[in-house]
Write a protein that binds this ligand. Structure first.
Ligand SMILES: Nc1nc2c(ncn2[C@@H]2O[C@H](COP(=O)(O)OP(=O)(O)OP(=O)(O)O)[C@@H](O)[C@H]2O)c(=O)[nH]1
Ligand SMILES: [Mg+2]
Length: 417
């Protein structure tokens, strides 16, 4: 064991710009950057706040400020400088040049690095590598000098370690290769989704801001053991598990968490995996009742909108055992504690209630003489039980309420469950 593990970990210094665009939220962005640094397995070494009037196209904070920064960082050896924003390729190159031999990374690089560290499935790994290469590629123009300065550690994991030495042609080929591999996996996945549909299981997706307790709730509801950790982006790959409420079977899908200002190419990278998870019948949007839940909710809804998400959802306020006053929580939300197993019964009722509003639990009878109608009905319903009688088929089913009218002549019994 090392006496002092922080001695050997990479130390990261945050440069936090403050300008009119982020004046309201720079504190949250800053605190998130500290969490991101820790989630990347590095050590937070301090912060320099920089007021800037406008973003400088060449150096982000302007020549003068950059000079000042260089003086303040002088003497801090072996330090990585994190610009808590997104730098253009030329800004990154100019800043690293101005700061002598210091390694400069931005928020996107840091997030990509955590993704590289946490990707488990082969598809997740391919997606992260593709996002990293797409991010690195335009930044290679500036030549090898700045890149060789990157050395190892945060921002260079994944493809970085092996070949940041940078043959642009090689990277371009690799990008093409990854894209074609991902296309294949996508094809395979859409087959799986189709199969799931045929298996007739309703899907519920757990979505929301990172570190709000989605995986903890997944474990509680499905009695399983998926990875839970107090760090950002602990989950990357969607995981699915079955569970039941009052005999109705559901498939629960855990997904990657969101973060405000999530880099666009990352959203792109995970779009396809997320899309299949978001092809759900209901989403539970999980927020942290002890945190900035308004912002979490807005970020989640905005990201979902970007992915053309259209399913019904419930708002779930987790970690509520930590707050005394539940009246501050959004109207209509369900307060739970996944850790303390509180409010879970209420959540289950709410899930069934939502399904009752959206779906009809009913019995259908289709005479054998109308068997082609049965074929049509089958593609709309979830079969719970099926019985072949002398003159027809009797089906216990769940039917989306909006299609009920089409099949009224076959519905023999309707129940709100
Ligand atoms: N106090 C409290 N902590 C909780 C509760 N539920 C989860 N946590 C903690 O919150 C942290 C994050 O939990 P996860 O379940 O990994 O959160 P997640 O939303 O899956 O996070 P990512 O996968 O990283 O997006 C862990 O330290 C959990 O122990 C809760 O009800 N109360
Ligand atoms: Mg998780």
């Amino acid at each position: 064991m090392y006496e002092n593990i922080s001695e050997i970990l990479e130390k990261i210094y945050i440069i936090q710009p403050i300008h009119h665009e982020n004046a309201q939220k720079y504190r949250i962005l800053h605190d998130e950057a500290v969490d991101l640094i820790e989630s990347a397995g590095a050590v937070y070494a301090g912060t320099i706040y920089q007021n800037i009037r406008e973003i400088n196209a060449a150096t982000f904070i302007g020549e003068g400020k950059l000079q000042e920064l260089n003086e303040r960082l002088d003497g801090l050896d072996e330090i990585t400088v994190l610009f808590n924003g997104e730098l253009s390729p030329s800004q990154t190159l100019n800043i690293s040049a101005a700061l002598g031999d210091k390694k400069v990374i931005d928020r996107t690089t840091l997030i990509l690095d955590i993704f590289a560290k946490n990707a488990q499935s082969s598809e997740g790994k391919l997606q992260v590598e593709l996002a990293q290469l797409n991010y690195i590629y335009p930044r290679l123009k500036g030549k090898g000098e700045a890149l060789s300065r990157l050395g190892g550690g945060v921002g260079t994991r994944g493809p970085g370690e092996t070949k940041l030495e940078t043959d642009r042609r090689y990277i371009r080929k690799r990008i093409q290769y990854l894209e074609s591999r991902l296309k294949e996996t996508e094809k395979r996945r859409s087959l799986q989704t189709a199969r799931r549909k045929r298996d007739n299981v309703k899907t519920i997706a757990l979505v929301g801001y990172t570190n709000t307790g989605k995986s903890t709730l997944m474990n509680l509801l499905t009695n399983s053991d998926v990875y839970v950790k107090n760090e950002l982006f602990a989950t990357l790959d969607p995981t699915a598990r079955k569970f039941e409420i009052d005999g109705v079977e559901f498939l629960l899908v855990d997904t990657v968490g969101f973060l405000q200002d999530l880099p666009h190419n990352l959203i792109e990278a995970f779009k396809s995996t997320l899309e299949s998870a978001l092809h759900c019948d209901l989403a539970l949007i999980v927020c942290d009742a002890t945190g900035e839940f308004d912002m979490q909710m807005k970020t989640t809804l905005a990201t979902l909108e970007e992915m053309n998400f259209g399913s019904p959802y419930l708002l779930v306020m987790n970690k509520s055992e930590e707050i005394a006053d539940h009246s501050i929580l959004p109207y209509g939300s369900i307060a739970i504690s996944a850790k303390e197993n509180l409010g879970i019964e209420k959540l289950k009722r709410a899930i069934l209630q939502k399904f009752r509003e959206e779906f009809l639990f009913c019995a259908l009878f289709v005479p054998y003489v109308q068997m082609n109608a049965y074929q049509a009905i089958k593609s709309y319903i979830t079969e719970r039980n099926i019985q072949f009688t002398d003159d027809g088929v009797k089906i216990d089913a769940i039917l989306p309420a909006r299609y009920a009218e089409m099949f009224t002549e076959f519905i023999v019994f309707k129940s709100s469950n």
